[in-house]
Design a binder for this molecule. Structure first.
Ligand SMILES: Nc1ncnc2c1ncn2[C@@H]1O[C@H](COP(=O)(O)OP(=O)(O)OP(=O)(O)O)[C@@H](O)[C@H]1O
Ligand code: SF4
Ligand SMILES: [Mg+2]
Length: 335
């Protein structure tokens, strides 16, 4: 791709220094997102998806958290070097986030209109009246019926799906270049989930923004992403175009995830079909962190940690034994 990168994360490490020890929540993560593109980030609970996004937003609670290493270049500017005042300008103006807990992100004592208007007034030089009209327009765009009425309602008067739409409206009200959506549909039922995803795709086309879509759910990722980063235990273990990743996974973990979902559909629990548990972040295994669950693990895997390497054009995997996986795939006659 010849376009300039919108965001370029290099070797990001974010740790939490707790009484029990150091949690290396994110430990050497790199990826990039181009304008107008959707990057999916997928992985089991605790692999560092939210900490990665909160690091980009510079919203890691400190202490105990700290960005220990790496750079986050946004339009060429390193966000890790900005102070909180500079960051506030970027948040909301250029980068918006839909948080994993929508109920806690909306303030129960203000109407949804007030909350969207507040976001607009902070970032745009418009009158209150104009901001109100923009809020109504935004509610219309995200598919809220009767927006003139809804704008004066409180969050508890709306259903979960509506609240999620309000969150999306809020996060889009400043026309961001990058939208980070952390599990935006997990709490919703399947029909609403499909509607929200469709909505996000159409808004992406309309506004030309890039999206970083975080989820456990490979079905969601397949539907919305251009490229995908698969995370495991604080690292990206596979990184590729969505078609290549699904058609021909090159990491045993991704392969395990895929074949734990017989049909690529929304289903969180099925990810647990990979035998064993996610390792304790206070006590990661030596070498490849997946070695305790990997059927291809060798002694080398228990000593040396593999780095991401390009195994096919634009397709990266962090595994010593991609060849063993290929043999297994050939044996089973499936990619
Ligand atoms: N404030 C904190 N203090 C200590 N550890 C933390 C803190 N926040 C996150 N962690 C740890 O960092 C690791 C990564 O957490 P993170 O929230 O990024 O996971 P996730 O991939 O978003 O999971 P989920 O799918 O459940 O949302 C976990 O081990 C988590 O316990
Ligand atoms: S490096 Fe070894 S343990 Fe890790 S995924 Fe590859 S084969 Fe499995
Ligand atoms: Mg999370």
């Amino acid at each position: 791709m010849s376009k300039e990168k919108l965001i370029d994360v290099n070797d990001l490490a974010t740790y939490f220094h707790t009484e029990e020890g150091t949690v290396k929540a994110v430990d050497g993560v790199s990826f990039e997102i181009y304008p107008g593109e959707t990057l999916g980030i997928v992985g089991e609970s605790g692999c560092g998806k939210s900490v990665t996004s909160l690091s980009i937003m510079r919203l890691i609670e400190s202490p105990p958290g700290k960005i220990e290493n790496g750079e986050i270049l946004f339009n060429g500017k390193d966000l890790t070097k900005l102070n909180q005042k500079q960051m506030r300008k970027i948040r909301g103006n250029d980068i918006s986030m839909i948080f994993q807990e929508p109920m806690t992100s909306l303030n129960p004592v203000y109407t949804v209109g007030d909350q969207i208007m507040e976001a607009i007034l902070i970032h745009k030089d418009v009158s209150k009246k104009e901001a109100r009209q923009e809020a109504i327009d935004m509610l219309t765009k995200v598919g809220i019926p009767l927006p003139e009425q809804r704008v004066d309602e409180y969050p508890h008067q709306l259903s979960g799906g509506m609240r999620q739409r309000v969150m999306i409206a809020m996060s889009l009200s400043c026309d961001p270049q990058l939208l980070i959506a952390d599990e935006p549909t997990t709490a919703l039922d399947v029909t609403i989930q499909a509607q929200i995803l469709e909505l996000m795709n159409s808004l992406k086309r309309q506004f030309g923004m890039a999206i970083m879509m975080i989820t456990h759910d490979l079905g969601v990722i397949a539907e919305v992403s251009d490229r995908v980063a698969v995370m495991y235990a604080g690292k990206v273990v596979e990184y590729a175009d969505v078609k290549d990743l699904y058609g021909d996974p090159k990491h045993p973990y991704t392969w395990g995830l895929m074949y734990s979902i017989p049909h690529i559909e929304k289903d969180l629990e099925r990810l647990e079909a990979i035998p064993g548990n996610v390792p304790n972040p206070l006590n990661f295994p030596e070498g490849c962190k997946f070695n305790t669950r990997c059927q291809f693990a060798t002694d080398k895997c228990r000593v040396d940690e593999p780095e991401l390497e390009e195994v096919e054009e634009g397709h990266y995997s962090a595994c010593w034994h991609v060849d063993k996986l290929e043999e297994q795939k050939a044996k089973q006659g499936r990619g």
